[in-house]
Design a protein around this ligand. Structure first.
Ligand SMILES: Cc1cc2nc3c(=O)[nH]c(=O)nc-3n(C[C@H](O)[C@H](O)[C@H](O)COP(=O)(O)OP(=O)(O)OC[C@H]3O[C@@H](n4cnc5c(N)ncnc54)[C@H](O)[C@@H]3O)c2cc1C
Length: 416
């Protein structure tokens, strides 16, 4: 069923009886060409691109819970391509271009809103670092503007410019950055993949891999055994747990990241503001709630909930830079399990087990990567060659000394 303004008008005049379920609920087949483990944004985008771009349709997405129940539906919805390193920048810019065309591609309103993202700086060295980053962005076509204190003041007059510890001196603005309705992304990709014949099987947990003589030929699941020519794992915060079922140890730790939403307020934050020095970022949803977050909880966990010390820490970060936020009432908060890699960069790669592939290590920034990750993973699965935009996201990069340390902080997942 295609969606259009005409269809909405017709349905509203006829009692909304013509809408159909957005995807089917099929029983798993015995065999697929490709099984994707994990029905998050990345798994569903992979299925969409395998079917739409590579003409592969005998595919299953196995999801242990429900579509959108993982990080794809738990994040703070920010998209940007303000990366600096040559291994990262072209990939994230590619993703940004895919976002810009996503609604047309999926015929689904994912509410892509390029409202701009502003990274504040507070000192001369931090400004110099942003100049370098901005130049890398400009060279890759991502676009960037370094703005001074007056320009920040014009945009957001209520920030605390004279904060004793972090006085605001200016910011790096990416006007094309912004937000996207996160769960609509999962639904849009699911709908597209399903309409092209992909089986999306919810409540189907992968509990083991069938591996003989170094070949992976299928999975054990809570709905029985299913075989496939290729198995593509894409389980974000559960990466280390799931890959350990195949005996693979990953350079990834799982940590909890929390998100917060306030009551609805009149519009007053037009874009996304990040206060990296105090680790706080905020935007305002179309419903008026302030959506914000900060640091990870700082200990390894697979629980989708965080602790109170980080709630306090994040709120302090908000109060430090935007004192007025102290008057807003917090409505809800939640946690997601993020797959923190040791250098802060992701993996899209084959494993040493034939037929077994891995996508993960997205840290707390994988939402913005969803379209490019799906396309590059689909390319790898369909052609057995890395996509040129993701050619450096290899699993062996640590043994080769080729780490992609965007922030230059070393092997410290809590600092990326
Ligand atoms: C609070 C928070 C805020 C964030 N904010 C941002 C942001 O603003 N911008 C940004 O770019 N990124 C952000 N992120 C990160 C981003 O959400 C993730 O990097 C990204 O969503 C991960 O990919 P995914 O969507 O495929 O993950 P998920 O949606 O988590 O998908 C993985 C799926 O695998 C399933 N699974 C796990 N184990 C199994 C199994 N054994 N069998 C079958 N299925 C299994 C899970 O149930 C899950 O549905 C944030 C994350 C969090 C938690």
């Amino acid at each position: 069923m295609r969606y259009s303004a005409l269809k909405v008008i017709k349905e509203s005049l006829t009692g909304h009886k013509g809408w159909k379920p957005v995807w089917r609920s099929p029983q798993p087949k015995k065999h697929y060409d490709i099984i994707i483990v994990g029905g998050g944004g990345h798994g569903l985008a992979t299925a969409h691109y395998l079917a739409s771009k590579y003409g592969m349709h005998n595919i299953a997405v196995l999801e242990k819970g429900w579509i959108g129940g993982g990080n794809v539906g738990r994040n703070t919805t920010i998209i940007r391509s303000n990366y600096q390193l040559p291994e990262n920048q072209p990939f994230y810019e590619y993703s940004m271009k895919l976002w810009e065309n996503q609604e047309q591609e999926l015929n689904f309103n994912t509410m892509v809103s390029q409202r701009g993202i502003l990274n504040l700086f507070h000192s001369d060295p931090q400004r110099d670092a942003y100049v370098r980053r901005g130049n890398a962005m400009i060279m890759s076509g991502a676009g960037a503007e370094l703005i001074d204190q007056d320009a920040v003041r014009k945009l957001y007059p209520y920030l605390d410019f004279d904060n004793a510890r972090f006085p605001i001196k200016g910011g790096l603005l990416q006007p094309r950055g912004g937000t996207v309705r996160h769960d609509a992304v999962a639904w849009g990709y699911a709908r597209s993949a399903d309409s092209r014949g992909v089986d999306i099987i919810q409540n189907c947990e992968v509990t083991g891999f069938q591996i003989t003589n170094g070949n992976c030929t299928g999975v054990n699941t809570s709905k029985g055994q299913i075989t496939a020519n290729k198995i593509a794992v894409c389980v974000a915060g559960s990466s280390s747990r799931v890959m350990s079922l195949a005996g693979i140890n990953l350079p990834i730790e799982s940590h909890v990241l929390q998100a917060f939403v306030t009551e609805g307020l009149k519009p007053f934050i037009s874009g996304v503001i990040t206060f990296g020095a105090g680790h706080f970022y905020v935007s305002q949803s179309d419903k008026g709630g302030l959506v914000f977050g900060g640091d990870i909880d700082g200990y390894n966990s697979y629980a989708q909930r965080g602790g109170l010390p980080v709630v306090e820490d994040v709120c302090e970060g908000g109060m430090a830079i935007m004192p007025a936020i102290g008057r807003a009432k917090l409505l809800r908060n939640w946690g997601g399990v993020v797959d923190m890699s040791m250098d802060g960069s992701p993996f899209i790669d084959r494993t040493h087990i034939k037929g077994l592939y891995f996508n993960g290590g997205w840290c707390y920034g994988g939402f913005k990567a969803t379209p490019a990750s799906g396309l590059c993973y689909a390319h790898l699965l369909a052609t057995d060659e890395p996509h040129p935009k993701a050619k450096d996201f290899r699993l062996d990069r640590f043994s080769r000394g080729a780490i992609i340390d965007e922030k230059g902080v070393g092997a410290q997942p809590n600092l990326h």
